[in-house]
Write a protein that binds this ligand. Structure first.
Ligand code: FCB
Length: 452
C-alpha cells in the first residue's frame, strides 16, 4: 500500500476540499525559556507521569526551525496548516502581551500566507499557564475570563489573517484526563473536578467566541471536539445502556451544550456535589452559533456494564491495532459522522485530526510506513462515505505533520507523516507523507486537466 486513492467521482478530489496537516504548540515548539511555565512542564517534572520521563523543553525545536518547517509543509502541497498558540508564550503573568512571543506567531502566520496556505489556529491545546493552575486552573471560573482576555489579545495580533480560529482542542481531554482521571496535566482526580473543569472550559469557549466574532468578523470560528464511538460489548440491555451512558459522558457532554444549550441526561446520575455550578446565562454563552465544528477521530471504544450500573472499557482483542493499542476502525468513523449529522443540526465540519502511531523504522533514510498509509487510505475513504451520505465536510487534517511529544507517552509514540530524529532534529518525509502529498497534488492536476 503506497498510495491513497479515492473514488473517481469523490468530492474530496475537488479543489475546494481543504487538505492540511496539524500540530500543537507544546508538542513541537521547545524553547521553554521563551515562555512562562505551563501545567505540562510541571506535570512532566513529577516522577512517573510521562512514560519515557521526557518533557517539552526541546521537543522538535520548532521555534528555532519554523521557517524550514513551513517549507516542509509547503513541499507537501497541502492547502492548510493547523497550529496552536502557546498561551504562556504570548501572555505575561500580569495579563499584558508578551510581544516577543506574539511576534513568533505573527511571523509564522505571515510565512504561511506567503506560501498560500490557509491558517487554522487553535487557542488552547492544553498548555495552561501554571500561574493560573496555581489559582485552581479550570476548576476556577476566573480562568474562563482569563481565557477570554487571552483570546482577544491573539485576535488583535493575528486578526483575519487566520482563516479559522478554534477556541479549544478536545475539552474532553483537558477535563476528563486532566482533572478527573489525572493521567494528563495537571493530574487532578475526581468526578466533580472533571465535570466542573468541563463546564468552565465550555464557558471559556463561549466567552472567547464573543471576542473572536467581534475582532475577526471575516474569519471562521469554531471548536475542536474529539469523539470515539461507543459500542456495547454484548447485545444485553445492560451493555447497551452502558455504551449509551459512556457516549453521553464522554462525547455528548461537550457537543450537546454547544448545540442544545444543556447537558445530556447522564448528568442526572451525578450527585449534587459532582455536578458543575451552572450560573444563569452560562448555557446561552456556551451555545452561541459556531461557523464550523472540528472533529478529531482515532478509534472506537467498546463498553460493558459494571455492578455500579455504570460503564467499563473492554480492551480490544484480536483486531488490528495501532502502536497506541487503538483498534483500527474506519467504519466507526463514517458511523460517527453520519450519526452526529442525524442527531444535530451541525455547521460544516472539518476533520481537524486523524492519524495513527505506528512502529516506524528509519532504514537507509526511509520510513516505509505502509501501515500508516493504509490507515489514511481507509479513513479518508470513510470520510468520503460520510459525505456521500449527506454530511457536510469541508476538509481533513492529518495528525500529525511530524513526530512529536505524545503527552503522557512522551516521544515513544510517533504520529508524524514526517519522521523526526530527536538527536539531530532532521526531518524525513515518511512514505505516508509522500502518499498524502501525492493525493493532494493529484487533485490539483485533475483540476488543471479539467476533469473537475
Ligand atoms: C489527540 C490530541 C493530539 C494528539 C493526538 C494523538 O487527542 O489532540 O494532541 O496527541 O490525540
Amino acid at each position: 500500500m503506497h498510495k491513497i486513492t479515492l473514488p473517481a467521482n469523490s468530492l474530496m478530489l475537488s479543489k475546494d476540499f481543504v487538505y492540511g496537516v496539524a500540530t500543537s504548540s507544546f508538542q513541537i515548539e521547545g524553547d521553554r525559556k521563551g515562555r512562562l511555565d505551563c501545567i505540562w512542564d510541571t506535570f512532566c517534572s513529577q516522577p512517573g507521569t510521562i512514560e519515557d520521563g521526557s518533557n517539552g523543553d526541546i521537543a522538535c525545536k520548532h521555534v528555532e526551525y519554523y521557517l524550514q518547517d513551513v517549507e516542509l509543509i509547503s513541499s507537501l502541497g497541502v492547502d492548510a496548516y493547523r497550529l496552536s498558540i502557546s498561551w504562556p508564550r504570548v501572555m505575561n503573568e500580569d495579563g499584558s502581551v508578551n510581544e516577543l512571543g506574539m511576534r513568533f506567531y505573527i511571523n509564522l502566520v505571515d510565512v504561511l500566507l506567503q506560501r498560500k496556505m490557509k491558517v487554522f489556529v487553535t487557542l488552547y491545546h492544553w498548555d495552561l499557564p501554571q500561574h493560573l493552575e496555581d489559582k485552581g486552573g479550570w476548576l476556577n471560573r476566573d480562568t474562563a475570563y482569563a481565557f477570554q482576555r487571552y483570546a482577544a489579545a491573539v485576535a488583535n495580533a493575528l486578526g483575519d489573517k487566520v482563516h479559522a480560529y478554534a477556541t479549544l482542542n478536545e475539552p474532553f481531554c483537558s477535563a476528563y484526563l486532566g482533572y478527573e482521571t489525572g493521567i494528563h496535566a495537571p493530574g487532578k482526580t475526581g468526578v466533580g473536578n472533571g465535570r466542573k473543569a468541563a463546564h468552565h472550559l465550555l464557558l471559556a469557549h463561549g466567552l472567547a467566541l464573543q471576542e473572536l466574532r467581534q475582532l475577526c468578523p471575516n474569519s471562521q470560528h469554531g471548536i475542536v471536539l474529539n469523539f470515539s464511538t461507543c459500542h456495547a460489548n454484548t447485545d444485553t440491555e445492560q451493555d447497551k445502556q452502558a455504551a449509551k451512558w459512556a457516549d453521553e459522558y464522554h462525547n455528548q457532554w461537550y457537543l450537546k451544550p454547544l448545540m442544545d444549550a444543556c447537558y445530556p441526561s447522564v448528568i442526572e446520575k451525578l450527585s449534587n456535589e459532582e455536578r458543575p455550578d451552572i450560573l444563569e446565562g452560562d448555557m446561552e454563552i456556551i451555545s452561541q452559533p459556531i461557523d464550523y465544528l472540528g472533529i478529531n477521530f482515532y478509534t472506537r471504544t467498546v463498553y460493558e456494564a459494571n455492578e455500579k450500573n455504570w460503564f467499563n472499557v473492554v480492551p480490544p482483542v484480536d483486531t488490528p491495532l495501532t502502536a497506541m493499542g487503538w483498534e483500527i476502525t474506519p467504519d466507526a468513523f463514517t458511523e460517527l459522522l453520519v450519526d452526529l449529522h442525524n442527531e444535530y443540526t451541525l455547521p460544516p465540519i472539518y476533520i481537524t485530526e486523524n492519524g495513527a502511531a505506528m512502529n516506524d523504522e528509519l532504514i537507509d533514510g526511509e520510513v516505509k510506513d505502509d501501515d500508516r498509509t493504509e490507515y489514511f487510505h481507509t479513513h479518508l475513504n470513510a470520510v468520503n462515505e460520510a459525505i456521500e451520505q449527506g454530511v457536510d465536510i469541508k476538509g481533513y487534517f492529518a495528525w500529525s505533520l511530524m513526530d512529536n511529544f505524545e503527552w503522557a507517552l512522551g516521544y515513544s509514540k510517533r504520529f508524524g507523516i514526517v519522521h523526526v530524529d530527536y538527536e539531530t532534529q532532521k526531518r524525513t518525509i515518511k512514505q505516508s507523507g509522500n502518499a498524502y502529498a501525492e493525493l493532494v497534488k493529484s487533485r490539483i492536476n485533475r483540476y488543471i486537466s479539467g476533469i473537475k
